[in-house]
Structures are given as C-alpha cells and as structure tokens.
Design a protein around this ligand. Structure first.
Ligand code: BGC
Ligand code: BGC
Length: 621
C-alpha cells in the first residue's frame, strides 16, 4: 500500500500553511529501513545503474541490463519487440528483461515503463480510449478513473507496471502539437481529472497485481510554451537549446511565478495527493531555464514544498538539451534533483559520465544515495522485491485484454466526449430508419485516423493499425435499421438523393513537435469533401476528428450539424450512439474555441471575448 495520506498536502493550497508540514506527509516511510539496508549493500556501479533507463529498441544487447545493473527499461513510441507487436511478444520481452535483472548480484527487478496514454496503446488489440482532450469534455472523473483501471489491467497483461501517464499539462495555445494530451486549458479541470487518472491506474495500491505506477508529466509549464528563435542560449545559470527545433514543442514558457503556479503547477499537488510516485520533468523551459536543469523546480518546489516522495524520470534524451556537453548536462540535471535518466541509446555513456562526476566530486554521493533511495522505495512499495513476486504478464488479465467489457467503457467515453457545436434545422440526431444514409470522408473508415498519435506507432498511422474496434462507417452500418441503405464515398460525392449525409473529416495523426501547426487548417482535400457533400443539397452532419480546436471556416457553415469528436480511439460505436440519438450529447468544451488565429492564446478566465465557442459550450443536455 502506497496511498499518500493527503492531509498535509491539501494544506499546501494555502501557501502560508506550508511550513506546518515539517514531517513528510506520505506513507512511503515504512519502506525506509529496507531501502536503506539495500542501499548500504550496493556498490557505486550498482547505484548508478538504478538511475539509468534504456529503451528496448535502443539497447545494444539485452544483457546490458546485467552489465550496467540497469534499474529500468522503457519502450518509447514505436519501440516494439523484435518479434512483433502482439500481446504475447510484449509479455515475452518483458519477461526476458526481468530475467536479466534477476541474474544480477542483488536481483533487483527493473521498472518497465511505457506510454500507455490512452489505453495500452502500443500493443495490437488493446482498447484505445479517447485522448485526454476528449476526456476533458466528459467532465467525468469517475469515468477517467475507470479508464485508468482498464489501462492498468491491459498493461499488467503484458507484465508492464509503469505508465508515463497521466499527462497533466495545461495547454494554453492550440498551435502546440501536444494539446490533445491535455484534459483542458483550465488548471482546475486538469487537476481533477489527472488525480482521477492516478487513482485509476494505481487502483487499490501499488502492490496490487492489477495496478501500475503512474507518472505525472511534464513538470512543468509544458503547455505554456511560445515558439522561440531556436538559438542556443547559455547565460550563467540559464540554459536553453533550440537546435533543429523551431516550434511550440519543448519551448519556453515565459510568465511570472504566480502565473506559473496558478496555471502550470496546479495539477501536481493533487496528483501527488492521489498517490503519484513518479513525475517526469519537462523538456521545456521556464523563463529560459530548462525544467530538467532547475533545482528550484525539482528540488525546492516539487520535493520540498509539495512533499513529493517518489522519484523523477527525465524525458527522452532531455538531459542533453541542458548543455551541449553531455557530461556537464548530466551533472546539472542530477544535482538539480533528477533521479532517473531516460537515455534510450546513450545509456552506457550516461553511466560512465555519472560515475566520473561522482568520483570527481561534481555530483555528491549524498545525491546519488537520495536518488537511489527514492527509486528503491517505490520498487518496494510496488511489491517488486517481495518473495513470490512473479515478473510475468498475468494470464487472467491476458484473457480480458481488449475485451468487450473494456470496449464498452471506451464506447461510453466516446459518447460522453462528443461536443455538439451546431444543430441547425434539427437534422441531428439522425434517423436510423432513413431510406439511405450517405457517409463520406476518408476519416470515416480509417481507425488509425480515428485514434490519432500515440497509437501503435509514435506518430499514429493510417488504416487498420490495430485489431478490434469499429470505424464510424462500420458503426453506422452496424446500427442502422435493417432496411436502411448505407452508401460511402471518400470524397463526399454520391450524396445526392440520400436522406442524410454524415461527413467525417479531420487532422491526420501526429505526436509531439510534428503536430506543431502555425495554421490550424484542415487539408484542402478534407475541406473539399465537406463542400462536395454540402453541394448535394442533402442535410450534412459533420464529425470532426482533431486534437484541438482548429479553424473551421469553410466547413462549419457548410454543415447543418457539427460535432467535435477529438481523437476518439477504437470505439466508433460511441459516435453512432450519439448520432442516432440513443444518447443525448453531453460533452462540453474543455478548451475555448478560437474564431481566428489572431485570438490565440484565448483561454478561460483571461478576459478575452468573442471566441467562436466559449469554454464549456456544448449543445444538448
Ligand atoms: C515524450 C514523453 C514520453 C517519452 C517516452 C518523450 O518524447 O515527451 O511524453 O513519455 O518520450 O516515450
Ligand atoms: C518519443 C519516443 C519515440 C522517439 C522516436 C521520442 O521523442 O518520445 O517515444 O520513440 O522519439 O525517435
């Protein structure tokens, strides 16, 4: 059991009471003695190994887990097992890694981390839930918690027990390619749903074989970045890199401390209170200083003030962005409070440099001991070190992997995430007994487009990327009355004479910086599809797949009804449930929808007026 007793942390919200928290508020101290005695038996090499995380595809040789005493392995987006992407292949690879760890002198199991950010989304056949932006529109923490439970169980089917989720970013600017990873532009909603996700993932406690360790990310200010010049800056204690990057992602958040705390730090105390014992510092900077280099943010604020007792894992190769010299960068980050380094390919170099830094006295031994102590305590709390711990995928959970019961929850989430933005002439809901319904748009029959980024591949993919699930076209076909004809065209042609046309268009999948977009326009072919359908004179209901509010001039006015569906995941039946009126639309925007690019940033409570749709808007119940 690792549940944090939150009483002290709750007081943190009234800042002046903070000094009252002199004793740690958290329940990890029961593992102190065991962690300490293990630490005392470790060599410097073994300690440094615990602080290193290699990527499964980046690992030169799986026996490196032994050679470098690795404390952790991750699989980044697209880092599939060499022999395929099935549940069995993942479980087998996980087991092989743990076997290596078991052969080390101390036999400390590794932590296996993966981005299960909308279900166990790297694995074929997993249930894929809507991305967080859609969940924000549900306003339903109980549902978000249940989704966390299911994601955890699908993970444990493969053995894996640590997800880099929830993302508790508070995106302020839709140009950012990671907007959809955030529940909302409103810190309060993010805090509420982020905590719910942590509770769901960690379930009855970290040592529950159906639970996984959550990781709140990216600490902090990842959602507040402005695009910068891309020039390398290193002035005194301020570090920043641009390099090839020239967008919003991984940029600099410039604001005063009160604003930074109110918007970007707000979700962290609640995530910690909910029990999050790992946190990922952000690639981004705050006022020019990389978060991964900030002792103030990592040690003073997070570990000190907020009482965070877990450990920090760096983002993918983030440490080297701190300084052009890798060794210097490592020293800065570890001394700032980083506990574990995600070094997918350069883990051997990291290991060597950190050891040198300790021997040279640049990184004090006390810092190494603190980092390893923190990691070991979490491993102990997870029960990894207990007699009889089985480092394998759970066969019972394998039977439930991608099950109908899991899909039913995802279908509910889809339903509740849809936001009806327009309904002129009451063409919505559609009648399932109409004579003919025409469905149009390439996105209508493409489950890869429906799922978005972080699905099977890092950037997402087009087409039948996974097994199971239903496209919107498939869902319409499955749920219309027996006598209703359903026709389909990719380009919007052929609607003439139908009773209704359902058009599905959207953004193509993307992840991280690849999704940074200065224009926020749909592709021309998508616009043409809507125009073509509308030209038929048949009433048009447009369903939009997008990771954020985008510019909808030219499609909103062509549509009689308009639904924002975000990236809903595998369960297209949830879209049909609402389209045909079995369920009323209840989703409410978790972002303000800008009318034009020059309004951005426009966010709840900033005093800006006249958006296209205000925060919280949604027709229906
Ligand atoms: C992302 C993180 C992710 C990590 C591991 C990074 O590029 O920023 O969100 O957890 O990779 O895949
Ligand atoms: C992502 C990883 C991905 C890698 C590909 C990283 O930024 O977070 O998950 O596999 O880039 O190069």
């Amino acid at each position: 059991m690792s549940k944090i007793s939150g009483s002290c942390l709750i007081m943190l919200s009234s800042a002046f009471l903070m000094s009252a928290c002199t004793t740690p508020p958290v329940g990890l101290s029961r593992y102190d003695a065991d962690a300490r005695s293990l630490l005392n038996r470790m060599t410097l090499d073994e300690k440094i190994g615990q602080m290193v995380q290699a990527d499964s595809s980046g690992m030169k040789d799986i026996t490196d887990i032994q050679t470098y005493h690795l404390g952790s392995v991750l699989s980044g987006g697209g880092s599939d097992p060499a022999d395929g992407n099935s549940l069995a292949a993942w479980a087998a690879y996980y087991e092989a890694c743990q076997e290596q760890a078991a052969r080390t002198r101390l036999g400390i199991p590794i932590l296996y981390g993966i981005d299960a950010v909308h279900g166990h989304n790297n694995v074929l056949g997993a249930v894929i839930f809507p991305h967080n932006i859609g969940l924000g529109c549900t306003r339903n923490p109980a549902l978000v918690e249940e989704i966390g439970r299911i994601a955890a169980m699908e993970m444990r089917a493969t053995g894996m027990h640590w997800t880099f989720a929830p993302c508790v970013t508070v995106p302020q600017d839709e140009h950012w390619g990671r907007t959809y990873e955030g529940y909302s532009e409103d810190p309060e909603l993010v805090a509420e749903l982020g905590a719910a996700a942590v509770r769901g993932l960690q379930g009855n406690g970290l040592d529950d074989p159906k639970s996984v360790l959550a990781c709140a990310k990216h600490f902090a200010g990842d959602g507040g970045t402005q695009p910068d010049s891309g020039d390398f800056v290193n002035v005194g204690d301020r570090y920043n890199t641009g390099g090839a990057r020239s967008g919003w992602d991984q940029g600099d958040t410039q604001c005063d401390e009160a604003t930074f705390r109110r918007i970007h730090l707000a979700p962290y105390p609640t995530a910690i209170t909910a029990g999050a014992l790992s946190i990922m510092p952000s690639y981004s900077s705050w006022n020019g200083l990389k978060c991964s280099a900030s002792k103030y943010l990592l040690t003073d604020v997070l570990k000190g003030e907020m009482g965070f007792e877990g450990f920090l894992v760096s983002d993918w190769e983030a440490i080297r962005q701190i300084d052009p010299d890798f060794k210097t960068a490592i020293g800065i980050s570890i001394n700032a409070g980083m506990d574990m380094a995600m070094e997918p390919t350069k883990y051997r170099t990291f290991y060597k440099y950190l050891k040198e830094l300790v021997e040279e006295g640049t990184v004090p031994m006390s810092r190494i001991d603190d980092a390893v102590f923190r990691i070991l305590r979490v491993k102990l709390a997870m029960g990894l070190m207990e007699e009889g711990y089985v480092a394998q995928g759970d066969p019972a959970l394998q039977n439930e992997f991608g099950s109908e019961a899991h899909r039913a929850v995802a279908r509910q989430a889809v339903r509740e995430s849809l936001v009806l933005l327009k309904n002129e002439g009451h063409v919505f809901p559609a009648s399932r007994t109409a004579k003919r319904i025409h469905v149009a748009g390439q996105a209508a029959d493409n489950i890869g487009y429906q799922c978005g980024g972080w699905t099977i591949a890092w950037q997402g993919k087009s087409g039948d990327v996974t097994a199971g699930g239903t496209t919107v076209l498939g869902a319409v076909r499955k749920t219309v009355a027996p006598g209703t004809e359903v026709t389909y065209s990719k380009d919007g042609s052929g609607a003439e004479g139908a009773d209704l046309c359902i058009v599905v268009v959207g953004e193509k999948p993307y992840a991280e910086g690849a999704g940074d977009d200065p224009d926020l326009q749909l592709a021309d072919e998508e616009l043409a599809t809507v125009r073509q359908a509308a030209a038929s004179g048949v009433p048009v209901i447009t369903v939009l797949f997008s990771g954020r509010p985008i510019m909808v001039n030219g499609i909103l006015d062509q549509s009689d009804a308009f639904i924002a569906a975000w990236f809903p995941g595998t369960e297209g039946l949830g879209v049909a449930d609402v389209l045909f009126g079995d369920y009323q639309p209840t989703g409410k925007l978790s972002f303000t929808w800008p009318r034009s690019l020059d309004q951005i940033p426009i966010n709840k409570g900033d005093g800006k007026t006249n958006p296209l749709f205000p925060y919280g808007f949604g027709l229906g119940k």
